[in-house]
Design a protein around this ligand. Structure first.
Ligand SMILES: *[C@@H]1O[C@H](CO)[C@@H](O)[C@H](O)[C@H]1NC(C)=O
Length: 539
């Protein structure tokens, strides 16, 4: 089999087995899946209760019984399929949807083999390192891309539904649980409507893909900032790179209403992430990140092979389609029916939905005003917002003494002489120029960040990453009522990234020493309006 190394890195996390050179299901599993794929007449699986028995049998055939499922999983399946949804819906599920899912599981070994066969043959996915795109563990500190077809993702998520992924080595590899046992068990343990509605989104996704298989691709990329000067990595900005930056600020549009996912502009949409990609999506969580994972469930596939993020990392997903409408947030979250995603498709068959997961500091309190933490946050946002096609330009911006001109020259030469593929990826120059950032109060809800600082930090990071614009959704919060005014002040004074960053640093230093209590905007505005020439003269 091709790409053996890639497969080997994930094999222990997959339910299928490798025999000599091919992937298989054990024969009892094949028999059980065949029965399931022929519908309840053959399998007798026509209720949540019986479904769970079938799942237990499958798990036994895969020797997974020792990996205990969440305690109330059986009750959760039964509650959902036998009580909460109507009999008509349940019939449709057991007669029409479940058989298609079982069939996709039967085809999973073949799909994986086809995937590995094609994995490196694509030319233009935005990858820099030899265009390796096969399914593999995308380890921390290793930049890389995995490109999966939506069909393969559907089969992988069916494995999650049937709880077939082995769990034993996931924790040790900083991977979250990927089976859906906790999703269902928490429904029973602590019944609440938000959990029921999360499951409804997932069930709806399976209904959609079983009535018509999606034909596109989804890419998952680990972006890494690296302090050394390797060409494939986005350079790690030093503190001086921020304070000395002369880059101009990008356009900044303040939206007091509307949601990130409802904008139509070409942009990276920020996922206010947990360092474990997906956060509590498959347990009880139901805030921004988890909601996104429910309405765009293909994101969940990334949880299979993306260990937690370090401070210098971000995860970008392109192509995960949206399937559900919803209303509410947290406990008021409700599934509201089918959503047909009409975003365009790119040359790699990916829908142009770009989601960038960046995890903010958790409960930083006053620590967030400390210099080290400011730098951590801005570099995290910069990592997410950076465009890997602009690595050369970032390197120029961050140029410093350690990197001699000769070395830079040399690097650029070797970059330019790389294969045609590489050139094509980043062509035409400015290919991604129109792609901005759509964000909001990152890390300001459950994580307790300061919204004024977070808004400014994200603006700085997007500007330094050479993004043309930021659309900032304030969700109407009180603290950001003057954001538009503050932005206009800043624009009026033609501040560069460095100028604004130095203000943030000055403010934060006073704030962390408890010299001041006011928010950044109130601190900044009187300062700007005073006639202190020192202040008005900021270049
Ligand atoms: C998806 O990616 C594969 C390469 O892995 C490519 O062959 C295929 O054409 C892509 N699909 C679409 C719809 O572009």
């Amino acid at each position: 089999m091709e790409n053996r190394e890639d497969l080997n890195s994930v094999l222990e996390f997959l339910p299928v087995v490798l025999r000599s050179t091919a992937l298989f299901w054990p024969s009892q599993v094949v028999e059980a899946l065949k029965a399931l794929s022929n519908g309840p007449g053959h399998s007798k699986v026509d209720s949540g209760e019986v479904l769970f028995l079938a799942i237990s049998d499958l798990r036994q055939s895969l020797n997974l019984s020792a990996d205990a499922l969440a305690f109330s999983t059986a009750d959760g399946f039964s509650l959902f399929f036998d009580d909460l949804i109507s009999r008509a819906e349940a019939n449709k599920w057991f007669r029409e949807v479940l058989p298609v899912l079982a069939d996709s599981l039967l085809r999973l070994p073949g799909m994986l083999e086809a995937h590995y066969k094609n994995a490196d043959s694509i030319s233009c996915v935005g990858a820099r390192d030899g265009l390796k795109t096969g399914l593999r563990l995308l380890k921390s500190q290793e930049a890389g891309i995995v490109l999966l077809s939506q069909e393969l993702i559907g089969a992988l998520l069916a494995c999650s539904f049937f709880c077939l992924f082995p769990n034993s080595n996931r924790g040790a590899n900083h991977l979250q649980v990927i089976n859906f046992d906790h999703l269902f068990a928490s429904l029973y343990d602590n019944y609440n409507e938000k959990q029921e509605n999360k499951i409804k989104c997932i069930i709806h996704y399976f209904e959609r893909i079983s009535s018509s298989t999606p034909v596109g691709n989804v890419s998952f990329e680990r972006k890494v900032l690296a302090a050394d000067h390797s060409l494939e990595y986005i350079p790690y900005p030093k503190t001086e790179s921020w304070s000395k930056s002369v880059v101009s600020l990008s356009l900044f549009e303040v939206c007091s209403s509307g949601l990130i996912e409802d904008h139509s502009k070409e942009a990276l949409e920020v996922d206010f992430a947990n360092k474990y990609f997906g956060g509590g999506a498959l347990t009880r969580g139901c805030v921004q990140e988890e909601i996104r994972f429910m309405i765009n469930p293909e994101l969940i596939a990334g949880m299979l092979f993306l260990p937690s993020m370090a401070d210098n990392e971000a995860i970008e997903v392109v192509g995960a389609e949206r399937f559900s409408k919803y209303t509410g947030y947290a406990s008021s979250f409700r599934y509201c029916g089918d959503f047909v995603d009409k975003k365009d498709i790119d040359i790699n068959g990916r829908r142009k939905i770009r989601i960038i997961a960046i995890d903010a500091l958790v409960n930083p309190g006053r620590r967030q005003y400390g210099h080290e933490f400011l730098v951590r946050e801005i570099n995290k946002a910069f990592c997410g917002f950076s465009d890997p096609c602009k690595i050369q330009r970032y390197r120029m911006l961050f140029e410093d003494n350690e990197l001699s001109e000769a070395q830079l020259d040399q690097d650029l030469k070797s970059l330019n002489s790389k294969s045609d593929n590489d050139v094509e990826i980043c062509q035409p120059v400015g290919f991604q120029d129109e792609i901005g950032i759509i964000t909001g109060n990152w890390g300001c809800g459950a994580f307790g960040g300061d919204p004024e600082l977070k808004a400014i930090i994200q603006w700085l990071a997007a500007s330094q990453a050479l993004r043309p614009f930021v659309v900032y959704c304030t969700f109407g919060i009180e603290a950001l009522q003057t954001l538009e005014q503050v932005k206009q002040w800043i624009i009026f004074h033609k501040w560069s990234v460095g100028d604004l960053w130095n203000m943030v640093v000055e403010y934060s230093s006073q704030r962390s020493k408890r010299e001041i209590q006011v928010g950044f905007f109130n601190w900044l505005l009187p300062l700007l309006s005073s006639d202190d020439p020192m202040m008005l003269d900021v270049p």
